[in-house]
Design a protein around this ligand. Sequence first.
Ligand code: SF4
Length: 695
Amino acid sequence: MIDTPTHGGCGPTNPVDTVVRGACPHDCPDTCALLTTVHNGVALRVQGNPAHRHTDGALCTKVSRYTERSYHPERILQPLKRTGPKGSGQFAPVGWDEALDDIAARLKAIAARDPQAILPYSYAGTMGLVQSEGMAARFFHQLGASHLERTICAAAGGEGLVTTLGAKVGMKVEFFAEAQLIVIWGSNSIASNLHFWRLAQQAKRDGARLVCIDPRRSETADKCHEHIALRPGTDAALALALMHELITHDWLDHDYIAQHTLGWDALRERAQQWPPERAAEACGIPVQQITDLARAYGTTKPAAIRLNYGMQRVRGGGNAVRAIACLPALVGAWRHRAGGLLLSASGHFPVQRGALHRPDLLAGRQPRTINMITIGDDLLRDSSPAFGPKIEALIVYNSNPVAVAPESGQVVKGFEREDLFTVVLEHFQTDTADHADYILPATTQLEHWDVHASYGHTDVLLNRPAIEPLGQARSNTDIFRALAARLGFDDPCFSDSDETLCRTAFGDQVDFQTLLDQGFATLPLPDAPFAQGGFPTPSSRCTFFNAGLAAMGLDGLPDHLPNFETPGSSARYPLAMISPPARNFLNSSFVNVKSLRDIEGEPVLELHAADASARGIQSGQVVRVFNDRGEYVCKAEVSKRARPGVVNGLGIWWRKLGLAGTNVNQLTSQRLTDLGRGPVFYDCLVEVEPAASPT
Ligand code: SF4
């Protein structure tokens, strides 16, 4: 289970040390290959694997501290049972058998009435295919529990890609280094896509122009040649105006359009409704920024767009991605390996989900589906014919919904229900774990097997356990196996080992021996996958007009859909708020790693000087940020990173580690995007005022 000792290229290593190959489990497009140095069963350090070209020997600051996280003194290392009121965070140790017996009995009793009253709640606390849904999906399928729509991050943009390109596919990340123009759209790459940023830097050194499109003047925007600080939720307007200019100046690849696209006449008509002046008004940017970008995009080859998910967390997020995803086909950028677009590469991976998740265990049952975005409202619903049974039990793993789900005032109310039976599989006592009936100690990535696809590159990675589980921690798979046995689930699939699950994830589509030998395997993809069309759409063409959407009564063409909460539409809440990740946190992970939290300091709201002075606010002052959904107390930072009219609430702090027991999601709404039923975290109006410091 442990690699043979390896000493090449990973820093000073004793002869008795072992270096184990692994993969970063976090929700990050880079999916780095790890090398963990182990001495006498103790992980000494985690480094990037220099043999993996995408990792290139370097990790971000967060995961460089992974041993600090795994050996954290507050790590939960034994099962805990609630002893105080819901949400009090009061627990006492309990044995595994007692905990599992009780949990199984409770679930069995609920399932006998209606298994749909049981809801799994999970997301990307680990991106590993095995420890995320490998055994959990089998367990909940056999049980007949409610399905969870896992939409909290990427659903709108994913749907935008699928309806345009046919799948979540794009250009190969390594070739960004050869582009002459890179448009970094909705991404603070330095903070959240570090290894792409290295490629962009290489291109910049070789003469490429870098343009950053982001409402916030991020660290990445600082280092690009140009920053376009548009209003949140106006990206589709900008994309349509770019099309308008490409048409006006005939910067089009007519041959590529004729051969490899569908619906050009209709799209041309739509784009002609968006002259730059109209888009400039919607986006709150100068006309010239639009015309200059259009000229650069229309005349520079190869041109590449690195799109990321921040921009699709608004009402029209799906349409915005559709509009942007049309651009490369218009200029024939896909012809070049360094041209095109990358939002996600995950659709390139041949994951064998049927074999891994075993939906056949449902045996014809069709449980209802709950969207993870609306968990706040849904936990508070009674049984009804429309909703189905009231949610009686919640099994949370790889997620911290009390901190990360929108409108957290509602989420907390739901989790505080004394009649809700909540089990949380966790490393730490998070805001969510505080509300559990049982907390079950889960292993970290250093302690278990897993296998990983990526959404930022096209390599499969294997994660081997480097150390034995700490304390009494057990892997997610092991916990669901144990529960399955107690519930009498006797299908042989519930006995599959983690290594078997790793092999099942890709079946014979990826050579497992290669994964064992080198820790990663590269998918055999062409360098320019859509140079000759061949998109994974029914027509093999890039779909400008989507007849399937039109048949559902939706717009067959991409369009700009204004935010639900448009700046200027509310006198009480005049400021738009976005909540991008703080640089040293990854969603709500790492907030409790003191060295990283010390770098971040305290929860911060960035405001433009004009907005701050209009409210008598100065940097360092404690402010109250509020709307009808609630209030959040944090420190103001008057900053050039905020554009006028937009405030940046950096996230995602644990509520209990903030200034007054809330975080930025107290303010966000549970409304859903145009496509994909995703969240609208960045479609949120607020007001800000000075507050007294909390006592
Ligand atoms: S969080 Fe991202 S950059 Fe950091 S180690 Fe993991 S995959 Fe690499």
